[in-house]
Structure formats: C-alpha cells, structure tokens
Design a protein around this ligand. Structure first.
Ligand SMILES: *Cc1c(COP(=O)(O)O)cnc(C)c1O
Length: 422
C-alpha cells in the first residue's frame, strides 16, 4: 500500500491552505489520503487504494457515494441552468415535502449549510421571544458561528467563554451550557436566568461526541421545562434529520420541538440547510418579518433537485427500516467481538449511526473525554491499512449507508477484530 501522491499533495497544500485542508477534521496526521473517486460504500485515493467508507462525507451520504438517482437529478437540472436568483417550483415542492414529513415544521427557509441553519434558527428564536440568552449542551456542535462556538467544560450555569480566537467574549456570554442527560442542570440554568432565555438548542442524539443517546425521559423533560418557561426548543437535526427516520429524531423519540434545523442527508451530497418550525415563529423571518436572513445560494436549484430525489429514494425504498436494521446487526457483531476479546469498550449508536468508545459508556461530553483518544487514533490508522476508513476522531460518528453490503460489514467486523487484538 503506497500513499506517495497523497503525501506529496499534503506537503504542497500546507503552504496554500491553513493546515493543508479546507476543514479541520480532514487534517489527519501525518497526512490525509486524497480522494480520486467514490462509488457506493467505497472511496478510492489518488494512489489507487480503496477503502470501505464509514465517514460518508461526515453524514450526508445515507444513500452512498455516486447514487444513480442523485446523479440523474443533477444532470437533469443542469440542462435548465443552475442558478437563477428567482423563486423556483423546486423549492415549493421541497418545502411541502419537508413539512409533510417533519412534525414540528410547517414553514421552512432553505439555506446552504447547517451552520447557516442554526445561526438563522437562533436569530429567529431571539426575534420571536425578544430574549437574548440561549442554552446549549456541552460538546454539542451546531456549526462554526459565534453563538455556538463556546468552550465545553465549564460548569452548568457558567457563562460561556469562546472556543475560538476572534469571538468577543461579550457574544458568548449570551450562551449558557449544560451537560447532556442532566435535566437538573437544565432546570437550574433556566431558573437562574428567568425571563432571559430565548432558546435551548440541542442535538436530540449527540452526534458530534459519539453518538451519545438520550436517556429514558430526558428529551421529554427538556420539552416540558422549555414549554413551561416560554423557551423555544430547537432540535438541531442536521445529522439525525432524514437519517433516523423520515421525520428525524423527533419522530423516532416522539418528542416535538418548536423549531428544527436540518441539512446533511437531505441534500444527498449537495449542500443544503433547513430552518424549520411553527408558522408563528417562522413568520418572523424576512421578508415576512423582521428577523433578517438572506443568501445568494438559498434554495439552490441543484440542491433542491437532489433533495427531492433523495426523498423519493428514501420513501420508495423504505430505506430507514433496512439501514437501521443493518445498524443493529453491525452493533451486535461488534459487541460480540469486544466480548470475545475481553475488552472494556462500549459500542454506542442508534439506527445507522455507530461508534466504538475506547472506554466506558458515556452519558455526556465530560465522560466521553475520558476515552482513550490516542488509542482510538492508532486504531484508526490500523483500520485504514486494513482498507476501512473510519472517521479519524473518537468523537465523530461512524455512518452506515444503504450501499454497505453484507460483505462490507463482514470485512469490517473482521478488520475490527484483527486490529483490536493486543
Ligand atoms: C454538521 C453539523 C452542523 C453544521 O452543518 P454544516 O453544513 O457543516 O455547516 C450543524 N449541526 C450539526 C448537529 C452538525 O452535525
């Protein structure tokens, strides 16, 4: 297995792109592989090595790489041009279908990324309530904008400190954070700032530190306390939306927020973001209301076409039933493997999301931090050598797609066993 071309590209890239990459997680030490092509469950690098992919674009590719129906949607749309700066029928159709599927949503603003979606949702919640503070969950990731880049690890009701240079501390002082799966901390934060909290924003399943699942009753309790205090509950379903079920985690767990942000899976691999919610809140967004939101690429025709094609496939092929079952099977096999090997590791996940924690079962971010991160990273490299591309971090979820075959899964379990063996 040679990686010479990738190695050379990365040394060149380091002088041209900060850290050599266009987004931080891709800067895999000592150098990442550079992709030439991808199809189905497989990704092939510029040196000709092929891997079974569980990164899947970090979430969007539930239907796998290079899906024929998505490709056809792109090609068809290309014949008509791809950017107009005017409304299209595509966006009306897509809005209707999102509203039909996602219980909390009866109006949407279609944007280009998950980052824009959460930024817009928070602004809409603040505009609607006339309040400024928000509560987020420690370790929760909602994209790379000022309000949500807040250092995880401070105490339950501590005012947040920025997690990045370049963010005025005054901004993040508006962001409170609490540990996941701890309803008492949430209630304390809300009671500590009565009448000041506009929104709680959370991933219903913590996808960016695991996945870590909600404990029995937790989401229901968050729903109840936010309702009692007139706080807008925003579920950030950029990962779980259209992945766990057609109606996302809110359908899967039957807990209905006031607003929902989506992205990733819906776009089928093209960029998309959705701000969705009750009409009463959504009608505050410009030009209907006074919460400003705009974008040159909002409702991009290619993304709309891909999203509609994605929904067609998801509905016609009953994708969630199948891929969630495959997830159950894979998790069971991995659990057997760690039992056989006598390892104290934990297999987490739900539906098509899974992860092996190199440590105990975590309930929140602080507990997840106790895992053997270095051990995981070494394991990542061994898996890559065995032809399996896992996300390079202990804290990025692994994703199954509809294109992972039984043979892929068997080869993957075998690689896990081989590379876990001391
Ligand atoms: C990926 C992600 C985002 C950001 O989406 P982008 O399209 O990368 O801007 C927001 N929230 C969650 C939960 C995500 O996983």
């Amino acid at each position: 297995m040679t990686c010479e071309k990738s190695k050379q590209l990365f040394s060149k890239a380091k002088n041209l792109l900060p850290g050599g990459v266009s987004s931080p997680v891709r800067a895999i030490s000592p150098y990442p592989f550079y992709t030439k092509s991808a199809s189905g469950s497989k990704i092939t690098d510029v040196d000709g090595n092929t891997y079974i992919d569980y990164c899947m674009g970090y979430g969007p590719l539930l239907l796998g790489h290079n899906h024929p129906a998505i490709k056809e949607a792109i090609t068809k749309q290309l014949d008509n041009g791809w950017l107009y700066g005017t409304p299209t029928e595509l966006e009306v159709k897509l809005a209707q279908r999102i509203c039909n599927n996602v219980i909390s949503v009866n109006m949407v603003r279609l944007v280009s990324t998950g980052t824009e979606a959460t930024m817009g949702a928070i602004r809409a919640a603040r505009g609607y309530t006339g309040k400024n503070k928000i509560i987020k969950i420690e370790g929760g990731f909602h994209g790379a904008h000022d309000a949500v880049l807040v250092k995880a690890g401070s105490g339950a009701t501590t005012l947040g400190a920025p997690d990045s240079l370049g963010i005025p501390p005054e901004f993040t002082k508006q962001t409170l954070q609490v540990p996941y799966n701890d309803i008492d901390a949430m209630v304390d934060a809300i009671h500590g700032y009565v009448g000041e909290v506009a929104a709680v924003i959370m991933e219903p399943v913590m996808g960016n530190i695991g996945p870590i699942l909600p404990m029995e009753g937790y989401l229901e309790e968050v729903r109840a306390v936010t309702r009692e205090n007139d706080i807008v509950l925003i579920f950030d379903e950029v990962i779980t939306g259209f992945r766990l079920a057609m109606g996302g985690a809110q359908e899967y767990y039957n807990v209905i927020p006031d607003m929902t942000t989506m992205g990733k899976v819906l776009g089928g691999g093209l960029n998309i973001g959705v701000i969705g919610g009750k009409k009463e809140i959504m009608e505050n967004i410009s030009p209907a209301g006074k919460v400003y939101q705009a974008g040159t690429f909002n409702g991009h025709p290619l993304s709309m076409a891909c999203a509609l094609a994605t929904l067609d496939v998801l509905e016609k092929e009953k994708v969630h039933e199948k891929v969630n079952l495959a997830g159950d099977g894979l998790r069971a096999m991995l659990r057997d493997s760690i039992n056989d090997l006598g390892l104290d590791y934990y297999i987490s996940g739900v539906g098509s999301m899974f992860k092996m924690f190199f440590g105990d079962i975590p309930a929140n971010y602080q507990e997840a931090l106790k895992c053997d991160k270095e051990g995981y990273f070494e394991f990542f490299h061994r898996m890559l050598k065995s032809g399996v591309f896992l996300p390079p971090s202990q804290y990025e979820t692994n994703f199954l797609s509809t294109t992972h075959t039984d043979e892929d899964i068997a080869a993957t379990v075998e690689a896990y066993e081989k590379n876990l063996r001391p």
